[in-house]
Design a protein around this ligand. Sequence first.
Ligand code: HEM
Length: 426
Amino acid sequence: AGSGAAPVASGTASAPAPVPELFSWEFASDPYPAYAWLREHAPVHRTRLPSGVEAWLVTRYADARQALADQRLSKNPVHHAEPGKTGIPGERSAGLMTHLLNIDPPDHTRLRRLVSKAFTPRRVAAFAPRVQELTDRLIDSFAARGSADLIHEFAFPLPIYAICDMLGVPAEDQDDFRDWAGMMIRHGGGPRGGVARSVKKIRGYLAELIHRKREDLGQDDGADDLISGLIRASDHGDHLTEAEAVAMCFVLLFAGFETTINLIGNGTYALLRNPEQRARLQSSLAAGETGLLETGVEELLRYDGPVELATWRYATTGLTIGGQPIPAGDPVLVVLAAADRDPERFGAPDVLDLGRKDNQHLGYGHGIHYCLGAPLARLEGQTALATLLTRLPDLRLGVDPDELRWRGGLIMRGLRTLPVEFTPSA
Ligand code: HEM
C-alpha cells in the first residue's frame, strides 16, 4: 500500500530521531509505517492535530488496552483543559451531548444498562434474514452492469438502511436518513454549518418518531422495533427520558454508520489486495463453512479496521501511560490501528491471516465503552463480504491502487470510493 514510508531514524544515539509527518495526505493513504515508528521511538507522543488541538497518541498494544480501561481518562469533554474544541459539530447545540461516548459512570452505567436490555444479541440475530435481503437487493442494483463503486452503491447504503430498519424508521423516511448521513460523512471535517443542520434535522425527526412510538405503546403493545424496545426498557423502575432516547438513537446511528461502511470498504479492499487469502475464503464459503468468515472479519478489523483512533479521552488527574506523565486536562487518543499492528502482541502483524488465532484486537475498543453494536457490525460485515465474494466471484479492483483516496478524518479510516469490476450477472 501507498508510498507513505516514514523517514527512518538517523541511527546515531545522540541525534534526535525525526518524527514522521503525521496526518498528511501520504499518511492517510498508509499510516502504518509512521505508527510503527511511533510505537518504537515515541509510544506515548504529544502532537498537534490538524485542528490545532494538542493531544497524546498512545500506540503500543499494552498501553492502549490499559488506557481504554482507565477510568481516570474521562469521555466527558468538560475535562478538556481547552473545552469546546472537540466533538461532533452541531452536536452540542442540538442537545445530543449526553450519549454513551461522551459520559462516564455512573451515568454511563445507567444508560448502557438500559440500552443493553433493548439492543440484545438476540434481537441482532433475529435481524439476520433482513440484512441478507438488503445485501442482495443492493448487489442486484449493480450486478448486471459489470462495474460499481462499492462504497457509494453498497457499503454506504447497507448500514444506514439496516440501522433504520432495526430502529423502526418507516421505509418512506429512510432515504432522508441516507441524505443526512451522506452530508455528515462528506463534511465530517469540513464546513460546520451543513453538518450542524443535518444533526439538527436528524434530532428533530428522531424526537418526533420517538414521541409517536411512545404514544403507540400506550395504546397497545406497540411495535417490536428497537426504538419501542428502548422506550419499554426499564431497570429497577428506571426508564430513558425522551431526550435520552433521542441521544441514544443518535449515537446508534452515528457510531454504527461510518464504522460499518469502513469495515466493508477496508475489508473488501484488503481481500482484493491479498488474493491468496481471498481465494482461501472463497473456497471455505463454497464448502458451506462459516469459521473462516468469522475469524476473517475479526482479522480484517485488526489489519485495517474502521476506527483508526478511539474517540477522545481526557485526563481527569495527572497520570502516567507507558511511563510517560500526562498532565490533568490533556486529551489522550488511543491509536487502535497502531496497537493492532504491535509485534509485541501479534505475530507477523503486517500480514493478513484470515485464520489468525488468539486475535484479541482492539478494533471494537475495550473496557466499559466497548462497542455496543459489535454483534450487528459482525453480522453486517460477514453478510456483506460473504455475499459479495459468492455472487461476484471474480470481483477485482477497477483502478490502480495508487488512485484510491482515503478520507482524511481523524478518528475513522476509510476509502472515499472503491471502484470494482466483475463479470456481469443477472
Ligand atoms: C463504541 C468500533 C459498529 C454502536 C465503539 C468503540 C469502537 C467501536 C472502537 C469504542 C470507542 C471508544 O472507546 O472510544 C466499531 C466498529 C464497528 C462498529 C469497528 C463496525 C465494524 C457499530 C454499530 C453500532 C455501534 C453497528 C450500533 C448500531 C456503538 C456505540 C458505542 C460504540 C453505541 C458506544 C458504547 C459506549 O460508550 O458504551 N464502537 N463500532 N457500533 N459503538 Fe461501535
